[in-house]
Write a protein that binds this ligand. Structure first.
Ligand code: ATP
Length: 239
């Protein structure tokens, strides 16, 4: 699968040498709420690594991913993403939201939905060109969605919609991928497919942060596992 490359990067001389992620004493929460969901977060993640975020419902996995994606204002501390302040590197950071966070009744076809993965590169008004359409078609094919390309997104099953979210995330062509439960509603047959795609990303040297309930990825997929409990983050198995 070919990855699209864009001139617009959040480069800078030393940016490519910096870790994928650095959290320094970060606290996260929502406007209007007195208490933070997570606090005292410290983490350094090197490029090319793949980590799991584990934790019960409501423990803050999505909140943590949203903060890295620049969707949540920090209450305290600092997050650096690929050597830049959080929110400055959207070209290189792709976020796969939870299935429930998407308005599936929005009237858009599968094909057009996938192409929204290019929004950050094209803006609202530039149309995708031939190369980009070809890349989108390849990704749909890889996720066995080609036959559904003209369908409305609300005509898909939950598992097909989940693969569609992954397709859009892949088209973004980012170096850092934030995946919020990418196996949600994916059936057994397609699990192998999704697993293969994620393994491919890892082999390409992408950095992956995956919120998951299940360790359905195979033994060696994650380089480290972090658990969110009682508002803090601890590495499992770390001394
Ligand atoms: N938009 C919001 N406004 C206020 N509070 C929120 C918002 N989104 C999440 N929360 C709260 O933040 C806490 C963490 O939620 P979050 O969705 O990050 O957990 P999670 O670990 O991803 O859970 P799940 O496994 O159910 O997806 C919960 O107490 C939740 O109620």
């Amino acid at each position: 699968m070919k990855t699209l490359r864009y001139h617009a990067t959040c480069g800078g001389h030393h940016a490519h040498e910096s870790p994928a992620l650095v959290f320094q004493n970060v606290a996260l929460g929502y406007p209007g709420a007195d208490s933070s969901v997570l606090s005292g977060l410290n983490l350094t993640l090197d490029r090319g690594r793949s980590i799991a975020l584990l934790g019960d419902n409501g423990s803050g996995k999505s909140t943590l991913l949203k903060s890295i994606a620049g969707l949540l204002r920090l209450r305290q501390g600092k997050i650096s993403v690929l050597g830049h302040a959080v929110g400055q590197c959207h070209h290189q950071v792709a976020y796969l939201p939870q299935h429930r966070d998407i308005d599936w009744d929005f009237p858009i076809s599968v094909q057009r939905f996938v192409l929204t993965g290019l929004y950050i590169h094209l803006g609202w008004f530039r149309r995708p060109g031939r190369v980009q359409r070809k890349a989108a078609a390849e990704i749909l094919d890889r996720l066995t969605l080609t036959s559904l390309a003209e369908r409305r997104i609300n005509e898909l099953s939950g598992g097909q919609q989940q693969r569609l979210l992954l397709a859009r995330t892949l088209l973004h062509g980012a170096d850092l991928l934030l995946l919020d439960e990418p196996f949600n509603a994916v059936d057994a047959e397609n699990r192998a497919l999704v697993r293969g795609v994620l393994r491919g990303l890892k082999a390409e040297g992408k950095t992956l942060v995956t919120a998951t309930h299940e360790l359905d990825f195979g033994e060696d997929f994650f380089d480290a596992r972090f658990r969110l409990t009682d508002g803090s983050l601890t590495e499992e198995g770390a001394p």
